[in-house]
Each structure stands twice: as structure tokens, then as C-alpha cells.
Design a protein around this ligand. Sequence first.
Ligand code: ADP
Length: 246
Amino acid sequence: MKTINYPSAHNQSIGYELVKAKEIINEFIYSCSHTMRGPLKSITGLINLLQTEIKSGNESPERYIELILQSVCEMETVLKQLEQSLESSRKNLTIEPLDLEQMVNDVVTEVKKETNFSDIIVNIHVEQNAYFYSDTNCFRLILLNLISNAVNFSDNLKEQKFIDIIINATKRSCSIHINDNGIGISSEAQDKIFQLFYRGSEQSAGSGVGLYVVHEIVKKMGGSISVNSAVQAGSNFFVWIPNLAA
Ligand code: ADP
């Protein structure tokens, strides 16, 4: 007599998870190689030009070397962000009480130093009426990415550019609103901005990894993130994170 072993519901669910994980890994490898190919192609092209210039006796090939270095830096940034993303997904959360006001001020100072902006008004409003427990590095990365984006995608046509950072922490959770009057995001692009390597604007100086990392971290913290935006009007990012005091 032949015995047929039907997969249990549990095994079926493990099978589904494995297929899903394999799909994610494949997609990840495909996106990585696709993204790396851009700078590699331009490095190869520049080296070819450089060789021609040297053969024809050009004594000052510095311009090409500078452009090659620029492409190398681009690749380094992508790799650094990917490492950061893998590290934060592997590491367990370190739960400790956070001083949210201090953290926001530190992050804004850091972004100001990096981007050197002076024409954007940053309004910060933090209300914390309970100890808020979470992971310092993860929380910092969320703020850093969202605030940097609000600066990078500001709209030069606006008479007065602004960024509002509103944080409200209670004994249950923390809500973060980062609102800007920047260039905004079309509704089609809003569906894609959390994908790895997605860049939706010419103004992007990054590699399209930032919001992917934010999304992954927020998920890991048991929270959620959403965006509300209109082209030329601005964007509102909303993050909700549970208080891990318990
Ligand atoms: P990057 O900043 O490297 O381009 P991100 O993953 O941080 O990548 O963001 C993905 C895309 O989402 C950006 O290229 C941009 O098109 C859009 N975006 C993100 N934040 C904003 C914002 N505050 N205003 C307008 N567009 C934004």
C-alpha cells in the first residue's frame, strides 16, 4: 500500500517562506549588479579615454582621474549603505531609554554640517511625556535619512523652504512627522520609494538605499512608515514606533 504524505499546513508555510526568501535574494542580487554596473561602465569608459589621451601625448589627464575617483566614491557609498542595512537587519535591537529632543538636535546639526544648508527653516517640536525605550542607532538612522532627504529634495523655487519635525512620545509609542515643502513625490513614485536602489529625482545625490533601510528598520522595530506627498507642494513622512519599555 502506498502512503501519501501530504505536507502539513506548517510545512507548507515554511515552503512558502523559503520561496519568498529566495525571490528576495534573487531580486537583491539583480538590483546590486544592475546598480554597480553603471559606475563600472563609466570607469571603463573613462579609462579608455584616458589611454587615448596619454597615447596622444596629453600631459594633464587629471580631469579623467577625478571623474574615475568620483565613480569609485559612488560605488563605495552604495556598498557602505548596503553594509549598514545588512548590519542593522542582523543585529538584535539594543533597548534603552532615549532622549528624543537631544537626538533630533544632534541629527539636525549633523545634516547641517554635511549639506551646509542655511536657507531652510527647520522647526523642531518634541513632546516626550514618558520614558521612551528603543534602539538608539536604529532611531538615529531613521531620523538621519528622513531629514537628509527633506534637505536634499528641497525646492529652490519656493520663497521660503521649511522642514517641520514633530515628535510625540508616550508610554505606548512614538510618532514622528517629517514634513517639508520640497519638490514632492508623484503618486506613481510613492509606490516605489521604499524599494532598494530606487531614485525618483534628478536631485538625488544618493544611491536609492536610504528609504529601503528606513523601511527595514521600522519593520524590525515593530512600527510602520507612510508617506503623503504632492508634486511641487511637499512631502509628509509619518513613522510610528512602539515604546519597547515592556
Ligand atoms: P536617495 O536619497 O539616495 O535617492 P532614498 O531611498 O532616500 O534614495 O529615496 C528614494 C527616492 O524617494 C529619492 O530618490 C526621491 O525621489 C524620493 N524622496 C525621498 N524623500 C523625499 C522627499 N522628502 N521629497 C521628495 N522626494 C523624496
